[in-house]
Design a protein around this ligand. Structure first.
Ligand code: OGA
Ligand code: NI
Length: 340
């Protein structure tokens, strides 16, 4: 518990173990918070503009691997309640969170700090995290935090809505790729995991990171990033800041969608920078394949003059390798690549 950044950040300078090497630390460069990452209005998706929305999603997923969505159908009240209950969780007194703290790799619902392998970290990350599965709800909810008192009620409603939104976006993506409707609907997106990140104010944001450069192991990620800036996406070798937009969700393509689309869609690398003034709380919902689901390039996407870029694998095989490689985005797909 005492390792949590939120339990000691106030009275410390940045400890040596949080200082990244010069080549990976953010430094003092001003990263533009640009509007380059497309903002897509899903309010259009049910009308005659559906084809346009499909094209916008495909283009953004090919060029950036990232986009934001507005008019997505999740109510503003639910988004606010969810963000507030996550913030309240991190503000609880230490004794109310102590039972959830764990450094055990396989504990399903846990509060931890830095990475899933604190002792194995080369450098620690400036973040605390609460992570748990959300599906099937009736089973999962029993292991969720009991405080704040409305946590279970609000997060249950939120996880259902986020999954619905994710499925809708996956349907639009399958339409854009020319896959059967519902292609992603079953085992490929069966697992829903929430990861709530809490980044306290940091004494020197130029030297450390909240999350180091990575690509999500998921199929698709839906991020509630709140009003505080911190997320950066690597595009053409340059970092781009993702502007916080009120009531928008940030959506990104995970490694599994990269595989299924045979690299037509891009799983973009991203990282989180800290700031010295305000705490930042974000919540990522990962839509993942089930552990035993076979992931492979969709056969109908492989043209006659093309070969699949990956062999078929079980999602749990991928996860094992992802964790072993410490989330290194090049190496995590390497064993599954077919060359030639
Ligand atoms: C993640 C992630 C971004 C953020 O949890 O994988 O990239 O802004 N989070 O917290
Ligand atoms: Ni991520």
């Amino acid at each position: 518990m005492e390792k949590l950044v939120s339990s000691w950040f106030n009275n410390k300078t940045l400890p040596q173990s949080y200082i990244f090497p010069p080549e990976t630390r953010p430094g003092n460069h001003i990263i533009p918070r640009s509007n380059a990452i497309p903002v897509i209005d899903l309010g259009n998706a049910s009308a005659h503009d559906r084809t346009l929305v499909v094209q916008q999603i495909l283009k953004a997923s090919q060029e950036f691997g990232f986009f934001q969505v507005i008019n997505h159908g999740v109510s503003e009240d639910l988004m606010n309640d969810t963000m507030n209950v996550f913030k309240e969780f991190f503000e609880l007194p230490a004794e109310d969170k102590a039972d959830l703290y764990s450094e055990e790799f396989n504990r399903p619902c846990k509060l931890y700090t830095s990475s899933a392998n604190y002792d194995g970290d080369k450098v620690h990350l400036w973040r605390d995290s609460l992570r748990h599965p959300c599906h099937p709800l009736e089973e999962c909810i029993k292991i969720w935090p009991q405080k704040p008192t409305r946590y279970r009620e609000i997060v249950a409603a939120y996880s259902i809505e986020a999954k619905k939104l994710g499925s809708r976006i996956l349907d639009l993506i399958s339409e854009g790729l020319g896959l059967d409707l519902g292609y992603f609907g079953d085992k490929l997106s069966e697992s829903v995991v929430v990861s709530v990140n809490h980044y306290p104010p940091c004494p020197d944001p130029s030297l450390t990171l909240g999350i180091a450069k990575h690509c999500d192991p998921s199929l698709l990620t839906i991020l509630l990033q709140g009003d505080v800036f911190g997320l950066q996406v690597l595009n053409d070798g340059k970092w781009i800041g993702v502007e916080p937009l009120h009531n928008a969700f940030v959506v990104n393509i995970g490694h599994q969608l990269e595989v299924v689309s045979n690299n037509r869609l891009k799983g973009a690398e991203h990282r989180v920078v800290t700031n010295s003034t305000v705490a930042r709380t974000t919540a990522a919902i990962f839509l993942n394949p089930s552990q035993d689901c076979i992931v492979e390039p969709a056969k109908s996407l492989i043209r006659a003059d093309e070969s699949p870029a990956y062999r078929a694998f079980k999602f749990k095989e991928f996860l094992y390798n992802y964790v072993t490689m410490g989330g290194n985005s090049e190496k995590s797909l390497e064993p599954f690549k077919l060359h030639g």
